[in-house]
Design a protein around this ligand. Structure first.
Ligand code: FER
Length: 366
């Protein structure tokens, strides 16, 4: 009898140990799935620095903006009292800087996290990645406008979402919490729409071609995928496009080609190459002539089309201003402004995103 009881106890003990192990395993899997995009970004940067010793920071600066001193606010939270309980006074005036209260997380407010997904791109003939920010209380029954947010050269779907200094989550979350905009989905694609998986971006005509192919991937593959997978409010009024640098250049290009798709657009620190030119990096054949850089005569134009750039941009210099001048000459309505003192950096990105959503808020309040 004693032996039977002992064997039974040993059996139960074994089962308990096995179950505990399984739970731990499940917890690990869950953790892996939940690995947030910022962490993924960190590990990629580490991997990059091992292979490209020295210039990782440079590449990252191209992809999502040079870091700025204001980053010290990162990670800190402020109470609604500190943020000021009077929400943004809603005008359609451009402000050069994104106010700190809008770029700072508020205690007790849930901003959601970026997650990663993939879709099949007919354009590229391969599975491609994107990161997506769903509002914290996203439900399949809701209906959310979507911002497509494009990274700079050498970037990928993690560049914009993995850089906490862009303050995308804070800006959108705070605007929505103040009732100024609807809760909005943000999709960060990989803008390098190559058909050859071995192709890599670089400063030469052939290596940048896949960026100009992104319009096809976006319109024919990614947007239909997003619209059929998530609860998206479709139509140009609810579809926004913004991009930084190379992403700014493609934002302008896509908007001019397909203005019926995007109601609210912001090109931040747009890179050269829309029209023929040569800069310190390379010679650009141009996506179109200066004369062609306009909306078609019968085109529906965006409700808001912003171009902006820092006055101290060390990478794209005066190119954004030149785009503004060409568009103005060609009668294409847009807003142009400069961010005093900003470089090719996060100040410019935060400012562009802030002003885009401020304009959206103003428009929708009318
Ligand atoms: C160039 C200058 C700047 C160029 C691209 C960039 C392709 C892009 C910079 C960035 O995305 O940060 O001549 O050519």
């Amino acid at each position: 009898m004693k032996r039977i009881i002992l064997m039974l106890m040993a059996g139960i003990l074994l089962m308990l140990v096995a179950c505990g192990g399984k739970e731990r395993e499940e917890a690990n899997v869950q953790e892996q799935n939940d690995t947030n995009v910022a962490e993924e970004m960190e590990s990629r940067v580490d991997a990059e620095s091992r292979t490209q010793a020295g210039n990782t920071e440079d590449l990252r600066a191209f992809a999502s903006g040079i870091g700025t001193a204001e980053e010290s606010a990162e990670g800190s939270e402020i109470t609604p009292e500190q943020a000021g309980d009077t929400p943004v006074t809603l005008t359609n005036e451009i402000e050069e800087r994104c106010p700190a209260a809008i770029a700072t997380a508020r205690a007790g407010l849930d901003y959601g996290e970026f997650t990663h997904g993939t879709y099949y791109s007919e354009t590229c003939g391969m599975e491609r990645g994107y990161t997506i920010l769903l509002p914290a209380d996203y439900t399949a029954e809701g209906q959310y406008p979507v911002l497509y947010l494009l990274h700079g050269i050498f970037g990928d779907e993690y560049s914009m979402s993995g850089d906490p200094n862009n303050k995308i989550r804070e800006i959108l979350g705070n605007f929505a919490a103040d009732g100024l905009i609807e809760e909005t989905i943000v999709v960060c694609p990989n803008m390098y729409a190559a058909t050859d998986p071995d192709m890599k971006p670089g400063f030469d005509a052939e290596s940048v071609l896949p960026y100009d192919n992104f319009i096809n991937d976006l319109v024919n593959d990614l947007m239909p995928f997003i619209e059929s997978t998530y609860s998206v409010r479709t139509g140009r009024e609810n579809t926004y496009l913004a991009g930084f640098s190379m992403g700014g250049r493609e934002t302008i290009y896509i908007t001019l080609q397909r203005p019926e798709l995007f109601g609210y657009v912001c090109a931040i620190s747009a890179a050269p190459g829309i029209v023929p030119t040569a800069d310190k990096f390379m010679t650009h054949d141009g996506q179109m002539t200066e004369e062609e850089m306009r909306f078609a005569d019968d085109a529906v134009e965006p409700e808001v089309f912003i171009l902006c750039c820092g006055t101290k941009d060390s990478v794209v210099g005066e190119y954004p201003r030149s785009y503004h001048e060409i568009l103005e000459r060609n009668g294409a309505d847009h807003i142009w402004y400069e961010i005093t003192g900003a470089d090719h950096d996060n100040n410019a990105i935060r400012s562009g995103l802030y002003n885009l959503f401020k304009q959206i808020a103003f428009d929708k309040a009318q």
